[in-house]
Design a protein around this ligand. Structure first.
Ligand code: TRP
Length: 326
């Protein structure tokens, strides 16, 4: 049997180009080669200030984005975390074997405390325990997340180890692993596209006009510098995007223009906008199909829930028994 992969996606904001090339393309590869569960982790989402009146629709939009991007419910399991109540049950059970002090020391907890000093809730402290429960519930072995999540993975393994030593071998110790994804440079001149940085990203649902507008804001220079294309900054990022979209011929042309001090960034941005829009069209067409067929989306969500509950019921039964609760 294939190794089990679990990944959680927070229900904040829609997918952008960075997610698409970074995470989603990796997920598409995974679903062909592993036993995957991809979950929208709405219970994690509510640990920071949020709007209850839009949570449902955000979760659904994310599911539709992933389906349109190519996640296939016949190849992987798609879960909405709060629809599988075993997550919270296991999280509670696991919390009883883990020290509070260790959770208080985690960098993510400290960051959130600093970010929302008036919203330091129990759920925030509990976040890594729930995340451990997410993966352990499925006895997941591989977790495709970024390096920023490594402290959470460490907690997960510590919990697995502690549980195994107290109650007998039950859980694997999950490992973080890197999927094949591309780094998508930001439109603000530094770093990568990120949904938390305004102006840095292009949404997958953007039309050509919007893409053009977003690119128009991307910083450049006077175009009269000459020499080699810089390695960092706004101009560098635009060139990186040309590469990412395999516009090699255009890349060479604009590189020469840059050297000759006659580059026209509006021209470059136009070429880029067209290419990005073209790449997004199949996604946008598929998205429309799902939007026009809400019953199908409902069915996928319910079927996902059923398949997931079937698996996790076994784990909960085993854990309850080992902990002496049944
Ligand atoms: N903490 C993860 C993030 O911020 C989201 C997450 C929740 C997750 N549960 C998970 C990721 C389980 C992987 C596995 O991205």
């Amino acid at each position: 049997m294939n190794k089990r992969v679990y990944s959680g996606i927070r229900a904040t904001g829609r997918l952008h180009l960075g997610n698409y090339f970074g995470a989603v393309k990796g997920m598409l590869e995974l679903q062909d080669n592993y036993d995957c569960i991809f979950s929208v982790v709405d219970l994690h989402t509510i640990t920071v200030p949020y709007d209850p009146s839009t949570l449902q629709s955000s979760v659904r939009e994310i599911i539709i984005d992933y389906l349109a991007a190519g996640l296939d419910p016949n190849k992987c399991k798609i879960e909405i975390q709060s629809m599988v109540p075993q997550h919270t049950e296991l999280a509670y059970l696991l919390s009883t074997i883990y020290p509070v002090s260790r959770l208080e020391d985690l960098p993510t907890y400290k960051e959130k405390k600093a970010q929302y000093p008036k919203y330091i809730n129990m759920g925030l402290l509990y976040y890594p325990v729930l995340m451990a429960a997410d993966v352990l519930l499925y006895k997941g072995e591989l977790v495709p997340v970024g390096i920023d999540q490594e402290p959470h993975l460490e907690v997960m393994r510590e919990i697995a180890r502690k549980f195994n030593s107290m109650f007998g071998q039950t859980f694997p110790e999950p490992q973080r692993f890197k999927t094949n994804g591309d780094y998508v440079p930001s439109l603000v001149g530094a770093g990568k596209m990120s949904k938390s940085i305004n102006g840095s990203f292009i949404n997958l649902t953007d039309d050509l006009k919007t893409i053009r507008k977003r690119l128009a804001y991307a910083p450049t220079d006077s175009g009269l510098i000459g020499g080699n294309v810089p390695e960092t900054g706004g101009v560098a990022n635009l060139f990186k995007l040309l590469k990412l979209f395999k516009l090699d011929k255009e890349y060479n042309k604009f590189e020469q223009d840059y050297r000759d001090k006659k580059i026209r960034y509006s021209e470059l941005k136009d070429v880029l906008a067209e290419a990005i829009f073209k790449e997004l069209q199949p996604f946008q067409a598929k998205r429309k199909e799902f939007i026009n067929n809400p019953k199908l989306v409902d069915l996928i969500i319910i079927e996902g829930q059923k398949k997931c509950i079937q698996i996790v019921e076994q784990t909960i039964k085993e854990v309850r028994k080992k902990m002496g609760l049944t």
